[in-house]
Design a protein around this ligand. Structure first.
Ligand SMILES: NC(=O)c1ccc[n+]([C@@H]2O[C@H](COP(=O)([O-])OP(=O)(O)OC[C@H]3O[C@@H](n4cnc5c(N)ncnc54)[C@H](OP(=O)(O)O)[C@@H]3O)[C@@H](O)[C@H]2O)c1
Length: 274
């Protein structure tokens, strides 16, 4: 398959208001000349991104304020995105985590996680990929997973399970769509210095500058390159690739035990007694 050329084409990015999504939007506008459809809940940030990218790079930016946990929101975002334009790249990047003992995760936190990390990803993948197929394979999709999806991850147990879903779903979809000329990339980063670390409390354990924690800019560059070159699976960084390989080779029970020991140091309090 030929690499994607996004110059003058529309690329939709969910979670474009911060972190990895924001940096991918900046890079696609600056270095690939792509028009951006920026999706997230925080409208002020999307408007600031529009002003920044349109001013600096002469591309168009369509901000789409959306809460992807709401029923029907994926359908609304798709309809608004394709109205009067052909969307040729879709990056489903919005995601949330929960760091803590699995018994302490409130039901509403899990519902939000499932809707954001899984349900909206499936629905939007189906809607946009169907458009790509109808246009004769003109389009590429990238799903942002995590190395957490390669093996169980204690204390981010539900998050890791959602990312395991994304890896399996994305790779299955890639095979189904291959003959139609549509590429699906699964991007699985390790730790990135973004708001996700502070929002979840993971910054008690991991900080920007720590070994293994990438900058969002560096991670975005590898992600966009993987999508442009239509890679099926991309893991950024030598350390993360080594980790991903050990997760495949070593027993998951052992890996989970090591991960539990690592994360326990960052937990806020003792696990609940039954
Ligand atoms: N940071 C890491 O260490 C790490 C590691 C591996 C994988 N990842 C994955 O990378 C992706 C990006 O995360 P990040 O690290 O860049 O985190 P981040 O800075 O917290 O960004 C998350 C993005 O998702 C959006 N979002 C969250 N809930 C949403 C909702 N209900 N509706 C619409 N948008 C929503 C947020 O925007 P609003 O709040 O404005 O809605 C924000 O733009 C995620 O899928 C994450 O799982 C992150």
């Amino acid at each position: 398959m030929k690499p994607m050329n996004f110059r003058g084409r529309w690329v939709l990015i969910t979670g474009a208001s911060s972190g990895l999504g924001l940096e991918m939007a900046r890079l696609l506008a600056k270095e690939h000349g792509a028009h951006i459809i920026a999706v997230a809940r925080r409208e002020d940030r999307l408007l600031a991104l529009k002003a920044e990218l349109e001013g600096a790079h002469g591309v168009q930016v369509l901000p789409l304020t959306a809460d992807l946990t709401r029923p029907g929101e994926a359908v609304r975002v798709h309809a608004a995105a394709v109205e009067g334009r052909a969307v040729e790249g879709v990056i489903l990047n919005a995601g949330v985590t929960f760091f803590g003992h699995v018994l302490e995760q409130p039901p509403e936190s899990f519902d939000t996680m499932l809707a954001t990390n899984v349900t909206s990803v499936v629905r939007m993948s189906q809607l946009f990929a169907a458009d790509f197929v109808k246009r004769g394979g003109q389009g590429s999709l990238m799903l942002v997973a995590s190395t957490a999806g390669f093996a169980p991850l204690p204390y981010q147990t539900t998050y890791a399970a959602t990312k395991a879903f994304v890896i399996s779903f994305g790779r299955g979809m890639a095979q189904e769509l291959r003959k139609a000329g549509v590429s699906v990339t699964v991007f699985a980063p390790g730790g990135i210095a973004t708001e996700m670390l502070s929002l979840s409390g993971l910054d008690r354990k991991f900080k920007a500058g720590d070994v293994g924690i990438m900058s969002a800019e560096a991670c975005a560059r590898i992600a966009v390159d993987a999508m442009v070159h239509r890679r099926e699976l991309a893991v950024p960084g030598v350390l993360n690739r080594f980790l991903a390989m050990t997760m495949k080779l070593l027993p998951h029970g052992f890996m989970a035990q090591r991960a539990a020991a690592l994360y326990e140091g960052g937990l806020p309090k003792e696990p609940p007694t039954p």
